[in-house]
Ligand binder design. Sequence first.
Ligand code: AMP
Ligand code: ZN
Length: 475
Amino acid sequence: MTFTFYNTLGREKQMFKPLQEGKVGFYGCGPTVYNYAHIGNLRAYVHHDILVRSLRRSGFDVNHVMNITDVGHLSGDNDDGEDKMVKSAEERGKSVLEIADFYTLAFFNDTDRMNITRPTVVCKATEHINEMITLIQRIEKNGFTYFADGNLYFDIMKFPTYGELALLRLDEQKAGTRTVQDKNKRNPGDFVLWFTKSKFENQALVWDSPWGRGYPGWHIECSAMSMKYLGTAFDIHAGGIDHVPIHHTNEIAQSEAATGKKPCVYYWLHNEFLVMDKGKMSKSTGGFLTLQSLIDEGFDPLDYRYFLLGGHYRSQLQFSFESLKGAKNSRKTLMDKIKSKFSLTPLPQGTQSLQYMENFDKAIEDDLNTPRALAELWGLLRDGPATQEAFKAILDMDTILGLKLEEAVKNSENDGKNSINEEFVQEIEELITRRTEAKKTKDFATADNIRQSLKDRGIVLEDSSNGTVWKLCNN
Ligand code: AMP
Ligand code: ZN
């Protein structure tokens, strides 16, 4: 498959070509574990999942790295506001690490329930402080920093391409053009690499560093950990659209200032937001929905996954329980159709070419167009043949969609009726042979018993001059 992805860096769809043939290095920004993930966050991780599944299915060996932010993330991405972890720990009467562990577990519980593939590497910020310090030292040595009132800052004016990702103009970033809370910043866009002057008296986690005892700014963790696990330049970086102007912009500045290599990342993919009542769903402002709250309302996590796949990741998606209900109904119909089409008939081998499968691939190749891909799945179910090939194609589509479609057929095995497995087919065939022999010897009672016992199991026999054939009845 030849993928094209919309690259935020350049604002256009570009053909994907990995740095190393057959391999993809992918970094997706992970959660800040001070609270449950809300369903908007989960949209970002479903997007990462579709990307990884699509690349893997087309044969790439994907190294998927995800960070866990357990230190340094303030409620304002621009070093403003409160420390999210410290605040949550205080509110809940726990230590920061207890909070981090609890919500990390909760996060993976949610992603597992949504059938989101786990990353190859999950790395915690607090376990990579040395890597961050070493990277900051490189940035400092290359002349991109200044020290003011106990904190080390990145000086964006020293980095001429600052803001390229977000189409920010450096001259608009100059001091005086907008207000900034931190008076030590030479320019509002400057950001902290290392804090020693904590704004918070009770800063829980601090480490020794060349600049004093303190803790890292938020953005440096992603530069340090992506470099550690994927190298100084790698293929794909993803995150929500909110990360474009600050977090990812700063990450590029840090990484490239440290290594002198440009670009540090070749393809930047950003998902649009899930919105509710025309507003952004946000962890820090509260009032958000968790996966559990959907489950409590009677939804399956896969209903929500299906709902998300119905929108393209680069379009804003409006959430409502009404539309989630629509997704739930559609998913149920989908599963029922698969069940009736592929387990209620013996599956013959087909020769028909499956245009739907090709179209499905084209949709995925085209910047992961899941709504179009879903439409092809529906097309195949509606108009495609009920053959082994068609069923295989559906399962193949599901390696990307992740809707557990094979369970439609498995469930029918469990409902006590028939499953089209080889054993059962063999049994039917043996019974037909016994019945034919019984009829030959005019033992009609046995023949009728066999016919009836098969009928009870949903099998009807049809006799003709060519012999007896069997079918599954639909009721
Ligand atoms: P956080 O845990 O706040 O660092 O966010 C985790 C991921 O979710 C990031 O990639 C965010 O950009 C993304 N994100 C946050 N809110 C939303 C939303 N409402 N819709 C989609 N993605 C979001
Ligand atoms: Zn990040």
